[in-house]
Write a protein that binds this ligand. Structure first.
Ligand code: ASP
Length: 419
């Protein structure tokens, strides 16, 4: 049994859905196809939530109409399909939007945004059926159960395994089409696993059902040694160990959702990152392997960073207690720290610049003397060489750096990149 995950870009239009069907057709044997919301639908759903929560009736109507016309447009491109296949879902969503919102933003978000996934999987499943590829549409919320931490729910593995064991005996169905990113609580309330979470869904299914492998189909040839939009000389990496891939996602490589690798590694299930544009090419395989230390340099750039330095107001040393206060405040405000440095009187962190970080700064200022620089970038070079470092820092203002045996990291003033 295999699990395929198709992201929004792969099904952004009718041609994308046809391409997905062509890829799926090539594979014999049982297959789980996990599909994200189409194109940029999740962003559009977030705009719907925003208007709904603000009570902005006009904005809401406009966003809802755009959502309908985008999906109807895709259906119209697929002449085999009829618009009626998504009408039920759109009515359900409309009824929700006409009801009074509760005061819990994250809860409402999880009741609305998943419609993106429900719409996309319905269209894909209907199209596959119409194209002669009989399949079963699964509501993954019946199987993947989580706690009620809305917008970043934690999977209840025990319950999920128990419920999914039903699927193991369904060996009569070859092809399942299901949603990524969404789950539900024991009380059947919908939750989401965090933005870009459908890679993780693929890994959960692969783990629980002991898949042969998980393939993530993307618009890039595989895992590259840098983001080509930033570093035009980027090249594909053929093979990576789980360990290395986990390190890269930790440093901010966006190619795979960070939570995806652990469930696969625990059962030694390979992860294939393949191109949906050139599906016959090999892509990248991530599996357990003894990699030598001579890997090529891998570059990860995180933009929009803020560098915060703090020291205790009373000149006490930065000790465990103050560090624990600092971490507590960052975690309370959901701030992810991308780099940390500590010295006797100073502790500095680099984090994504966001409204959350501003709230944390306000709280920290009560206890610490604090300075910050925004408009920073954080570049990580894994398996660095002097040449790779020179390429990155020449003509740049280095504000902070951290170099270990395998990894060199630089906080730089944001500026243009030219290679
Ligand atoms: N549709 C969701 C998002 O855009 C989940 C995913 O695509 O992975 O974040």
């Amino acid at each position: 049994m295999r699990v395929f995950k198709f992201g929004g870009a792969s099904v952004k239009d009718g041609a994308g859905v046809r391409n997905l069907a062509e890829i799926v057709r090539q594979y014999k044997g049982q297959l789980f196809v996990v599909v994200s919301a189409m194109g940029k639908t999740t962003n559009a759903m977030e705009a719907i939530v925003e208007a709904y929560m603000k009570g902005d009736k006009m904005g809401l109507e406009q966003c809802f109409n755009n959502l309908c016309s985008y999906h109807y447009g895709i259906i119209d491109e697929l002449s085999e399909l009829n618009r009626s296949c998504i009408e039920g879902l759109l009515h359900q969503l409309n009824a929700k939007l006409e009801s009074e919102p509760s005061l819990n933003y994250d809860f409402e978000y999880d009741q609305i945004v998943p419609f993106g996934e429900l719409l996309s999987t319905t269209i894909v499943s209907e199209y596959l059926n119409a194209a002669g590829q009989g399949n079963e549409w699964l509501d993954i919320r019946r199987y993947i159960r989580s706690d009620d931490c809305y917008r970043s729910a934690n999977v209840n593995w025990e319950l999920t395994k128990e419920l999914m064991s039903d699927l193991l005996v369904k060996d009569d169905s070859r092809l399942f089409v299901t949603q990524g990113f969404i789950a539900s609580t024991e009380n059947n309330l919908t939750t989401t696993l965090g933005r870009e979470g459908s890679d993780y869904t693929g890994a959960i299914i692969a783990h629980v059902l002991d898949a042969e492998y998980l393939a993530i189909w993307k618009d890039v040839p595989g895992v590259l040694n840098a983001d080509p939009r930033w570093y035009p000389k980027a090249t594909k990496i053929d093979e990576l160990s789980y360990w290395e891939a986990i390190e890269l996602t930790y440093y901010g490589a966006q190619v795979i959702h960070p939570k995806t690798l652990k469930p696969l590694q625990n059962k030694q299930i390979p992860l294939l990152v393949k191109s949906f544009v050139e599906p016959h090419n090999a892509g990248t395989v991530i599996k357990s392997s003894e990699q030598s230390g001579d890997l090529q340099p891998i570059f990860v750039l995180k933009r929009k960073q803020i560098l915060i330095s703090m020291s205790p107001k009373d000149f006490s040393f930065i000790m465990e207690e103050s560090l624990s206060d600092i971490f507590h405040i960052f975690s309370k405000h959901r701030v992810t720290l991308n780099m940390m440095q500590t010295s006797a009187l100073n502790f500095s962190v680099c984090a994504d610049d966001s409204k959350y970080v501003k709230a944390a700064i306000e709280e920290l200022q009560q206890q610490f003397d604090l300075r910050y620089n925004d408009e920073m970038e954080l570049v990580t070079i894994r398996h660095y060489t002097q040449e790779a470092i020179d390429e990155v820092i020449t003509n740049k203002t280095v504000v902070d750096s951290q170099v270990s045996r395998k990894t060199a990291r630089y906080v730089l003033k944001a500026s243009e990149w030219r290679f």
